[in-house]
Design a binder for this molecule. Structure first.
Ligand SMILES: [Zn+2]
Length: 127
């Protein structure tokens, strides 16, 4: 019978610390992006009232879309990190849901919320 592998408490605590660190950083970036996007939205509204330079407005529009794209991206990343923290609480973190093996630690640093190991992910792709 195959021995069921498990992360040690120490390893899990290490992951938790890593995820919380990432989350703090993303949260700061998210707040900054949000302020930036909202600022742009406000100035855009003002421009629309006080200016008739369509070309300028077009550029602003693009910049604003970019800013909101970052807000959405960071928000999504935050959800992933929260999910990973939930998985730690549930005891499913870092375990492949397909084969039950431990997921490579480097992979977990890149994608903490992942639920499949390299092998299973590749196997799925080729199926
Ligand atoms: Zn697997």
């Amino acid at each position: 019978m195959k021995n069921k592998k498990k992360w040690t408490k120490k390893e899990i605590n290490g992951f938790k610390k890593m995820i919380l660190g990432k989350r703090t950083k993303v949260l700061e970036e998210y707040e900054a992006s949000k302020v930036r996007a909202d600022d742009m939205l406000n100035s855009e509204t003002n421009n629309a009232i006080y200016s008739s330079h369509m070309a300028d407005a077009g550029t602003d529009q693009q910049e604003m879309e970019k800013a909101y794209y970052w807000v959405a991206r960071e928000n999504k990343f935050l959800q992933f990190l929260n999910r990973a923290l939930e998985m730690i609480e549930e005891g499913t973190f870092g375990l492949c849901k397909e084969c039950g093996d431990l997921i490579n630690a480097e992979r977990l640093e890149e994608v903490p919320h992942t639920t499949s190991c390299f092998e299973c992910k590749n196997a799925n792709k080729h199926r």
